[in-house]
Write a protein that binds this ligand. Sequence first.
Ligand SMILES: [Zn+2]
Length: 237
Amino acid sequence: MKKTKYPIIWEKNNFAIKIFCSIPNIATGILLKAADSHFIIDPGDGILRDLNKELKTAEILKISDILVTHGHHDHVGGVWSLLTYLKVMNKKTPLVIHYPKGCIEIVHIYNAFIDVYKNNISYKIYLKEIDGTKAFTSKKVLIQPFPVIHKEYISDHKTTRQVPALGYKFTYLNTKICYGGDTAYCDTLVKNARNSDLAILEAGHDEDTPDEMHMTLKEAKSIGESAKEYYLVHVPE
Ligand SMILES: [Zn+2]
């Protein structure tokens, strides 16, 4: 399979997305831009380096929302350094971290951060647990979360269990970007990706038989073709 070339950059009607990378078991990192507002999606390892190449410090300090699809290390590995950087650079405006209910990784990272730095944090951090599919708006972007199916292996490396996992559909003015996060083929993703201006779809399962953890190339493409444009990400390298 051909390697996905990162970064992936897409823009329409002042709504833009930059996928710095999305490599299974290594890191994902995504920046969404609506006019002058920025959102970080799935801050995996390396997000701080990538943000600093892309934005001025003042712009990074203004970021108000982080959206997490699930707690796997390749999607949240950069949260600690990002929170610490914002503190060191004296961020003053609040930061909201949106994450799926039951995603203990985010809760533990947050609790550890608060415990380590205690009263020495210059900005407020709000954890916003998402339970259900209620849409919300931030900086004029409508954010529609939707549940997806994603699993992980337990310690025997054979048995799997479901992890709390979301996809997000972002609408700015009339432009729609759908990001499924890590997911098996599922109806909620099919529905949200359809007619989007852009669908970002993982194709992390490198065999032809479907599983309940990631999508095959064929499954991801079939969903992608229902959107106006699509990119396949999280493809094993
Ligand atoms: Zn995952």
